[in-house]
Design a protein around this ligand. Structure first.
Ligand code: PHE
Length: 325
């Protein structure tokens, strides 16, 4: 895939009426913010890699370059999303054509990697959901999927059944990751539902007076393992929202900032640096229409204001935010 820019002409057959991907979304394909080491999303991806490399002696294989254009089968059928689930609708998902979508989660790659023989893996990528836009929602964001397969020896030795063993291991792993990233942080587990895991959980982190959902996870449905040549095994999976984690970690107040190429944003982060706190700047673009005056002793403010109002009318006011020089 290689982060090549993809345009509508490359993938949409002449005005396919089933395509609901607007140009501003197409323009995000191939940007791969998660592969930039200086970008907060790249920094956090690398920090998570470090955690897994250290605690699991490099056992997790990493994928961060799989194409976000996937089949309906990959995105939904392979992970047991029911035929009538809302996430399949044109209202919620970007369709390139009736069989092809922009992945709405990195879980779309679970089955193919399992079939490929992978048993410990991390998949990072851009994901797409039709959604409203506000400070914590944007129709393109980034996830990291984690997947671990156990062999019977592992849970049998513990005296637990496979499912309880995997659930406990999963919470230990992700609790450890949260502490690795945040140190001491308030967090809580919430029971939830996903079609592809059972039991399923969400991890929430307390941020700016609210509980923020940062990941979904659970014990993989046996059916998925069975279909992909792993009937005798048990597995867990998680999907992390990288933006949400980065917002908490770097104090970034608005999810739209991740797309900024304003150097007041980009220059604040550097490779490998987790401890940085973002310093906010005006969300309005800079304006280069300042005027300077050289004045002599006969200057009075009233004279100047009359000249200005003569042109701009009564709306012109003193600007309280201006600082000098
Ligand atoms: N795919 C889920 C989501 O996008 C997250 C998830 C991944 C949940 C793996 C469980 C297991 O919200």
């Amino acid at each position: 895939y290689g982060g090549v820019k993809i345009t509508r002409q490359d993938v949409v057959k002449d005005d396919d009426p089933t395509n609901n991907v607007p140009d501003n979304i197409f323009s995000k394909l191939g940007m791969q913010l998660h592969r930039r080491d200086q970008h907060p999303l790249g920094i956090i991806k690398n920090a998570i890699y470090d955690y897994f490399d250290t605690n699991y002696s490099n056992k997790f294989n990493k994928f961060d370059d799989l194409s976000p254009i996937v089949s309906l089968k990959q995105n939904f059928d392979d992970v047991l999303v029911p035929e009538d689930h809302v996430s399949r609708s044109y209202n919620d998902t970007y369709y390139i054509d009736p069989q092809t979508v922009l992945r709405c989660h990195t879980s779309a790659h679970q089955a193919e990697l399992l079939r490929d023989g992978q048993t410990h893996f991390l998949v990072t990528g851009d994901v797409y959901r039709r959604d409203s836009i506000d400070s914590t929602h944007y129709p393109v964001f980034h996830q990291m999927e984690g997947f671990r397969v156990f062999v019977p020896d592992e849970w049998e030795a513990s005296g637990m059944d496979g499912t309880s063993f995997a659930a406990e291991d999963l919470k230990k792993c992700l609790g450890g990751l949260a502490r690795h990233l945040f140190g001491d942080v308030e967090m809580r587990w919430v029971d939830t539902y996903f079609p592809f895991t059972n039991p399923s959980f969400e991890l929430e982190i307390y941020f700016k007076e609210k509980w923020l959902e940062v990941l979904g996870c659970g014990v993989t449905e046996q059916e998925i393992l069975k279909r992909n040549g792993k009937s005798n095994n048990v597995a867990w999976a998680f999907g992390l929202g990288l933006e949400r984690l980065a917002m908490v970690l770097f104090d970034i107040p608005d999810i739209r900032l991740f797309w900024s190429d304003d150097e007041r944003f980009t220059s604040q982060f550097s490779k490998g640096q987790l401890g940085i706190k973002f310093k906010p700047f005006s969300k309005y673009p800079p304006c280069y229409k300042d005027i300077s005056f050289w004045i002599n002793e006969s200057f009075t403010e009233n004279n100047l204001c009359e000249v200005v109002r003569g042109v701009a009318g009564d709306l012109a006011e003193e600007d309280g935010t201006t600082t000098s020089p």
